[in-house]
Design a protein around this ligand. Structure first.
Ligand code: IMP
Length: 209
C-alpha cells in the first residue's frame, strides 16, 4: 500500500516537473512571449542562467547565427537551448539587408536609421518584393534541429503606422492592406516569420515531450 503510494507520488512529481530549456536571448519581451506559448517547459533566458555575455553573431547567414547562440549555451552551460535569428530579405537587393538587418545603417544605428537607409536604397526600384525570415536552432538532448518561418510581402515607399518595431512601418505582408506597424499584435504574431518559426518549434517540442 505504502509502496504503491510512493510510486504514484514519484510519477506525479515527475509529471509536475517541467523540463528546463534555455531561450538564448536577453530580450524580456521575446522571453515572455515564448513562455506564454511553451507552457509545458520551464523556459529561462540567458540572465536566468547567469549568462551576461553578449554572444558575437558573426556568421554570414541566419542559420549560422542561430546555431552560434544555441551552441554557446549548450557548450558552456550543458543545457538544452534554442536561439533565433531574423532578417529582412529584399529581392531586388539580392537578399539584403538579410543577416545584417539589425545594423544595416551601421553599428549602433536605430530602427529608424535602418528604415531610412532601406527606403533610400530602393528609391528607384520598382520590384518591392521582400520577405522576413526567422531561423530557430534547437539543441535538445545532444541533437540539433532547425525551424524556419517566412512571411512574404513588399516594401512600401513610405512609413505607415506606429506599432511594432524595426522595419514594421514599411513592410506590408501579402494579403493585407496594412503594414506590420498598423496591424494588431495578435494578427502579426500569427502570420509573422517569427510566429511561424515558433509554431514549428512548439509543435516539435510538444511531440517529443
Ligand atoms: P533579431 O534576430 O530578432 O534580433 O532581428 C534582427 C533585426 O531584424 C532586428 O534588429 C530588426 O531590425 C529586424 N526585425 C526582426 N524581426 C522583425 C519584425 O518582426 N519586424 C520588423 N523588423 C524585424
Amino acid at each position: 500500500m505504502g509502496c504503491d503510494f510512493r510510486i504514484r507520488k514519484d510519477k506525479e512529481d515527475k509529471m509536475d516537473k517541467k523540463d528546463r530549456i534555455v531561450f538564448a536571448t536577453h530580450n524580456k519581451n521575446k522571453l515572455a512571449e515564448i513562455r506564454n506559448i511553451l507552457k509545458n517547459y520551464d523556459v529561462v533566458g540567458l540572465r536566468d542562467i547567469g549568462c551576461e555575455t553578449d554572444i558575437v553573431e558573426d556568421a554570414d547567414d541566419l542559420q549560422g547565427n542561430a546555431k552560434i547562440k544555441a551552441d554557446f549555451v549548450t557548450n558552456n552551460y550543458h543545457l538544452n537551448c534554442f536561439a533565433d535569428d531574423t532578417g529582412l530579405e529584399v529581392e531586388a537587393l539580392n537578399g539584403a539587408p538579410g543577416v545584417y538587418s539589425a545594423r544595416y545603417a551601421g553599428e549602433g544605428c536605430s530602427y529608424h536609421d535602418n528604415v531610412v537607409k532601406l527606403l533610400d536604397a530602393m528609391k528607384d526600384i520598382t520590384n518591392r518584393k521582400a520577405r522576413f525570415r526567422t531561423v530557430i536552432a534547437l539543441n535538445l538532448n545532444g541533437k540539433q534541429y532547425f525551424f524556419e518561418g517566412i512571411v512574404n510581402g513588399k516594401i512600401l515607399e513610405e512609413e505607415h503606422g506606429e506599432g511594432g518595431f524595426g522595419y514594421d512601418p514599411i513592410f506590408q505582408p501579402d494579403g493585407y492592406d496594412m503594414t506590420f506597424a498598423e496591424m494588431p499584435m495578435e494578427i502579426k504574431n500569427k502570420i509573422s516569420h517569427r510566429g511561424r518559426a515558433v509554431q514549428k518549434l512548439v509543435e516539435f517540442l510538444h511531440l517529443v515531450s
